[in-house]
Write a protein that binds this ligand. Structure first.
Ligand code: NAD
Length: 446
């Protein structure tokens, strides 16, 4: 099948590359000319494990191409995915300007009936707006082509995006029940990813749009709830890690997404929570659970830094804090709304100098912090420790999992470790002569 993908970011690029890998001819477009130039040269602009190999195969086979040209994109295929960003608007709602601009660009050039598949995360009713935007342009041109719109939200996780796309646990497709052509087109397109049992969940368009928000918000609520329990565990001398195992063993609850930590970030949970809260409040109902999850997370994102400030008696002047991990989670270079940024902000405001290291996300973090004074970015984990008083671990990268605590104890002047992901055994850390702070772990030794 011939496919066009508009937007070549985390989602569009993975979608395009994986669809090319299963034999489709895919043209990915983006209005970021620099990004497209790099992609044409076989350079992957994001860190996503395995994506380079999939892209290289597609490029070599001539099935994956890149362009900035909408005319070429429209001419290429009658099935067009929209995978552009939907960031938060000032009022928390999803900013649909990129999605609707893509739809208008299509309408300005469409030369045949086209199926538009909305992969971006968009509020209920957006697919209707996409159709209306494209149709308005068609009307201006006086051409009769039909626009069908399907909703196909993406559930991939950054860091394992290729694996998630290739082996999805579900493929949600929202189509008008009468639109059997679009339904069969998408069934055919996804057939290679749907071989062992049927994972395609067809539903109406609005329910499909809602499903994506419901999933992300449910996960966000779960994380915040666990973080709230962890903070309570801290106050009453309980080890949240033991509690996690006990709670997660209940099959009605399950072990996944039960980790207490430094709060959630990334390009999806915070903004999707804001958008669904906005939808809820606009519809006349307060979004009480989601608001609570959001408030807990706002506190949680700075909690680790607050613990540092408290440990040093409220002032960090003259202190240097080593920070391991800038990405919002391991195996990605994405720092959008990362907890590291909130932590750095609190540390700097308290007067500290920060020496930060991340295996992949340094360049993005430097951009996000706009050259803020007081932070230096170093090329290795040991380099971050040089002259540092304390170590704060924010991201669960594999290379941070088993440090030599004796070495840390020698390197850190104030001999204290703040573990924002509960990666370490507090007893082992303390045995090396370091003070240990985790999230909800005050009940482990003392
Ligand atoms: P991104 O910012 O990485 O990529 C979006 C790309 O679209 C950018 O390269 C941008 O230049 C391009 N773009 C924007 N407007 C355009 C236009 N009119 N024409 C052509 N190109 C345009 O975003 P992302 O993380 O890939 O997210 C895309 C969508 O997918 C969002 O709605 C997001 O919520 C959703 N989503 C993201 C993830 C994730 O893990 N990142 C997972 C599931 C769903």
């Amino acid at each position: 099948m011939k496919i066009t993908v508009i937007g070549s970011g985390y989602v569009g690029l993975v979608t395009g590359a994986c669809l090319a890998d299963t034999g489709n001819h895919v043209l990915c477009i983006d209005y970021d000319a620099g990004k497209i130039e790099r992609l044409k040269n076989g350079e992957i602009p994001i860190h996503e494990p395995g994506l380079d190999a999939v892209c290289a195969r597609g490029l070599a086979a001539g099935r994956l191409r890149f362009s900035t040209d909408y005319a070429e994109a429209v001419a290429h295929a009658a099935v067009v995915f929209i995978a552009v960003g939907t960031p938060s608007d000032e009022d928390g709602s999803a900013d649909l300007s990129h999605v609707l601009e893509a739809a208008r660009e299509l309408g300005r050039r469409m030369n045949r009936d086209t199926l538009v598949v909305v992969k971006s995360t968009v509020p209920v009713g957006t697919s209707d707006k996409v159709r209306a935007a494209a149709e308005e342009e068609l009307r201006k041109r006086g051409v009769p082509h039909r626009v069908s719109v399907a909703s196909n939200p993406e559930f991939l996780k950054e860091g394992v995006a290729v694996e998630d796309f290739m082996r999805p646990d579900r493929i949600v497709v929202g189509v008008d029940p009468a639109d059997t052509t679009s339904r069969e087109t998408l069934r055919e397109l996804y057939a290679p990813f749907n071989r062992n049992h049927d994972r395609v969940l067809f539903m109406d368009v609005r329910s499909s749009e809602f499903t994506k928000y419901a999933s992300n918000c449910m996960l966000a609520v779960r994380i915040s709830f666990m973080n709230e329990l962890a903070n309570l565990a801290d106050r009453v001398g309980v080890d949240i890690e033991q509690v996690r195992r006990g709670v997660g063993a209940d099959p009605r609850i399950g072990p996944q997404f039960l980790y207490a930590g430094a709060g959630f970030g990334g390009s999806c949970f915070p903004k999707d929570l804001r958008a669904l809260i906005h939808t809820s409040e606009e519809s006349g109902e307060p979004a009480e659970m989601m608001r609570a999850a959001q408030n807990v997370n706002t506190r949680q994102r700075r909690l680790l830094a607050d613990k540092v400030v408290q440990h040093f008696g409220g002032r960090l002047q003259g202190r240097t804090i080593a920070l391991w991990g800038l990405a919002f989670k391991a195996n990605t270079d994405d720092v959008r709304e990362a907890s590291s940024l909130a932590i750095i902000d609190v540390l700097l405001q308290a007067g500290a100098q920060v020496r930060a290291y991340d295996p992949e996300a340094t360049a993005n973090a430097e951009r996000a912090l706009h050259g803020r004074a007081g932070v230096s970015f170093v090329p290795s984990a040991p380099a971050a420790l040089e002259g540092a008083d304390a170590l704060v671990v924010v991201t669960e990268w594999l290379e941070f999992r088993s440090p030599d605590f004796e070495v840390l104890a020698r390197a850190l002047k104030a001999k204290v470790l703040f573990d924002g992901r509960n990666l370490y055994d507090p007893a082992a850390v303390r045995k090396a002569g370091l003070a240990y702070y985790g999230i909800g772990r005050s009940g482990v030794g003392a």
